[in-house]
Design a protein around this ligand. Structure first.
Ligand code: AMP
Ligand code: GLY
Length: 429
């Protein structure tokens, strides 16, 4: 079959790399893709948020399956547009309809859903300009640190964790009254701070049953020891040693099952990934956030661990036959390290020549922000997060040792990476 993947990051390269290996795949298109996806499929330079462009491409290339990588087209309702268009409604879309995607698209919706279906999460209240004074009072009733979240999509930047009450109040005002995060912060969720260790858990669901994918831990801060500014993610490891069988059973019973059942009860036909951003407090899981897509850079450590044919699994999602699928995973440790442009997550310069990728063996290089210079044929940087390098090991230490050996062989002007990915887990494996 002919498949179209929307997106251009490391997650989409990981999906494309895996789907290209399927016997079911004829032509694989990635829109817009990057220099890495070009090695496993055909890049098409369109704007993935423009439905007319996507439709034209799907018809022209006789696409049989659409896989949506990022959240924005899902929250904008791309799945609904396919479903409601007679020319497209027989094409399976991997990624939920708009109402399902609102689990990520509105923090207030997600919190209400969790409360309704008894999914453990931090206590919260939501505020807008109309009840700002009540927002101040709610902050006064909490103890520091204060967690303020823009309701809508804010490209991972909409969460503030603040120690000082007065500062929390003035930031709340900036969010709802001065559009600090644009329309996304016209409503703000204020919630109780949870103290624990985070992990990412993923399922694929066909709206009825689900399959559990390997869990991962990502490292969001730019600096060593989890310090400095938040980024899109600097690396990930899978499996997570503290996600024991007992803990994962609690995650399934208390978080995954009520979520999948809740979606059904709400009449939301959810077909795609559900990403549970969890925090382990003591021995118990709490949901920090839902996402309606795979994680990035989690995909770059998780997808290589999937042995099952992913196209077959996606087909089962489309056909609602996921209960017949038996997933198989590589039991070894998988680590992915992000190489980023100097200056990221603040200003950085694109167009730096990347050297050393071709010679690498015993690892996988997933491209994120890269492009081919059409004049020189060189691979150049074209984004903050440039590449993710993945390697396996029988232990976490083994995987990390190998991946860092490979990372050191890649160079570009200004290259930066965190050299301590997995630092907090090493003693646990
Ligand atoms: P989110 O965008 O909701 O994932 O939040 C971004 C980050 O803020 C999370 O990865 C956590 O590190 C942190 N965070 C969010 N909510 C809470 C909370 N209730 N308690 C503690 N940390 C939180
Ligand atoms: N790694 C976190 C995310 O994809 O949102």
């Amino acid at each position: 079959m002919n498949i179209l993947i929307l997106g251009s990051g490391g997650r989409e390269h990981a999906l494309a790399w895996k789907m290209a290996q399927s016997k079911l795949t004829d032509k694989l298109y990635i829109a817009p893709g990057n220099a890495g996806t070009k090695e496993v499929g055909i890049n098409i330079p369109i704007n993935v948020n423009d439905f007319a462009d996507v439709k034209k491409l799907v018809i022209e290339k006789e696409i049989d399956m659409l896989v949506v990588g990022p959240e924005v087209p899902l929250v904008d309702g791309i799945h609904d547009k396919f479903k409601n268009d007679p020319a497209l409604n027989n094409i399976p879309v991997i990624g939920p309809e708009r109402r399902g995607a609102m689990l990520e698209g509105s923090k207030d919706f997600a919190k209400e859903f969790m409360y309704k279906y008894n999914v453990p999460t931090a206590a919260y209240k939501s505020f807008t300009l109309e009840n700002l004074t009540e927002g101040y009072e709610f902050l006064e009733s909490l103890t520091a640190p204060y967690v303020l979240k823009a309701d809508g999509l804010a490209a991972g930047k909409g969460v503030l964790i603040i120690n000082d009450l007065e500062l929390a109040k003035s930031e709340l005002k900036k969010m709802v009254a001065d559009a600090k995060f644009g329309e996304a912060s016209s409503k703000v969720v204020i919630e109780e701070f949870l103290d624990g260790i985070e992990l990412s858990v993923f399922v694929l669901t066909d709206g009825n049953s689900y399959v559990l994918l390997p869990e991962a831990k990502d490292y969001k801060r730019i600096g060593e020891g989890d310090s400095g500014l938040n980024t899109g993610g600097m690396g990930s490891v899978s499996p997570v040693p503290f996600a024991t069988a007992d803990f994962m059973q609690k995650v399934e019973d208390r978080v995954i099952k009520p979520t999948v059942e809740g979606l059904k009860t709400e009449g939301i036909d959810y077909k795609g990934f559900i990403f549970f951003g969890l925090i382990k407090v003591g021995d118990d899981p709490y949901v920090i956030e839902y996402n309606c897509r795979m994680g990035d850079p989690e995909a770059e450590s998780v997808i290589p661990r999937i042995k099952t044919d992913l196209v077959e699994v996606f087909q089962a999602v489309g056909n609602e036959t996921l209960e017949n699928i038996k997933m198989e995973f590589d039991d070894r440790y998988s680590a992915a390290i992000m190489l980023v442009s100097g200056g990221y997550p603040e200003a950085y310069v694109n167009g730096k020549v990347i050297k050393g990728i071709d010679k690498l063996k015993d690892c996988i290089v997933f491209h994120a922000g890269t492009e081919i210079d059409i004049n020189t044929n060189e691979v150049k940087t074209a984004g903050g997060r440039v590449l993710a390098v993945n390697a396996f090991g029988n232990t976490l230490d083994g995987a990390l040792k190998l991946v860092y050996e490979k990372v050191s062989l890649i160079d570009f002007d200004g290259r930066y990476f965190r050299s301590d990915i997995g630092f907090d887990l090493k003693k646990q494996d």
